[in-house]
Design a protein around this ligand. Structure first.
Ligand SMILES: [Zn+2]
Length: 311
């Protein structure tokens, strides 16, 4: 399970610090995989607290951390968001010496959700950390974190994985090779998404709908008909599926083996559609209107298809 995280620079950096005895008092781990954030933070915790010094997963410390029951590793939040009261709890515990180990560790999972006042409370501890305390702030982005907080933590990143890394890392867990490859193509490099698409039926439904749209949507007046079929509560998954289908068609064209679905699409059109999908994903990150985003993606497909046919 932890093999993928062990290959990241973030993991290597913390392992190196540990080895040299230069563990930072606080790390900010930035990783877009919200589904795996807690697990990755826990992997770093095991690395730091392991009795074997390598995050073995089997020693007493590692096993207790897995169960959230190790006295020198406290995980926040208990609910779904880090509250000011969590930070108060952290502050009061941070002055107590480690009970079993050299380091008193605190994990803050979803640190980006902390309010400014919670962050300001934490700041004091970041400025004057008690001896032997290490905090791991794990966040999907650092957008919402105060500059004063960011300047007092060591920042490490866990970026999306490459397709080969994911395949090699997950093929023993997910044994249906074809299904795994498809899940990876939809995942955007996030391990959590691979699992979701591998196990879920939504991916099949979305891919079928995308093929229908690419094949049957000919003109702008068709857009409304298809727009209504898209699950508005899960537009990101639809966009991921559309990206996977578009890149599949692109590969077919480049290899000179186009399937029937390629008809009417040039490589230029498919690349332009892929750019539009990226733009749509970005605007969703900034809370764009979902219906408008869906419609603009669909209009974009019709537009690019026609534009590139003419030229
Ligand atoms: Zn261990």
């Amino acid at each position: 399970m932890e093999r993928l995280i062990e290959k990241t620079n973030a993991y290597r950096i913390v392992a190196g610090d540990l080895k040299r005895g230069t563990l930072s008092h606080a790390y900010l781990v930035v990783c877009p995989d919200a589904d795996r954030l807690a697990e990755y933070a826990r992997a770093l915790a095991k690395l730091i607290q392991c009795e074997e010094g390598r995050g073995c997963g089997e020693c007493r410390a590692c096993r207790l951390i897995d169960k959230n029951a190790y006295s020198d590793c406290t995980v926040y939040p208990e609910g779904d968001k880090i509250l000011a009261s969590d930070v108060d709890d952290l502050l009061s515990r941070s002055v107590v010496k480690p009970l079993e180990n050299k380091t008193r560790l605190f994990l803050l999972v979803g640190a980006e959700s902390m309010t400014a006042s919670a962050q300001n409370k934490l700041l004091k501890t970041l400025e004057e950390p008690p001896a032997n305390v290490c905090m791991i702030l794990a966040a999907v982005s650092d957008y919402n974190l105060l500059p004063t907080v960011k300047s007092r933590v060591k920042r490490v990143e866990i970026p999306p994985f490459g397709e080969k890394e994911l395949f090699d890392g997950l093929k023993e867990k997910f044994t249906d090779e074809e299904r795994l490859r498809r899940a990876i193509s939809l995942s955007g490099g996030l391990e959590g998404k691979v699992e979701k698409y591998y196990l879920g039926e939504d991916a099949d439904r979305n891919l079928a709908l995308c093929r229908q749209i690419l094949g049957e949507m000919k003109r702008s007046s068709d857009v409304i008909r298809f727009s209504g079929k898209i699950d508005q509560t899960n537009v990101r998954d639809f966009i991921a599926a559309m990206r996977a289908e578009t890149s599949k068609l692109l590969k077919e064209l480049v290899r000179g083996k186009p399937s029937a679905l390629c008809e009417g699409f040039t490589t230029g059109a498919l690349l332009a559609i892929s750019d539009r999908l990226s733009a749509a994903e970005k605007s969703l990150n900034f809370n764009a209107n979902v219906q408008m985003t869906v419609d603009s993606v669909l209009f974009g497909i019709v537009e690019e298809k026609h534009k590139w046919q003419k030229s």
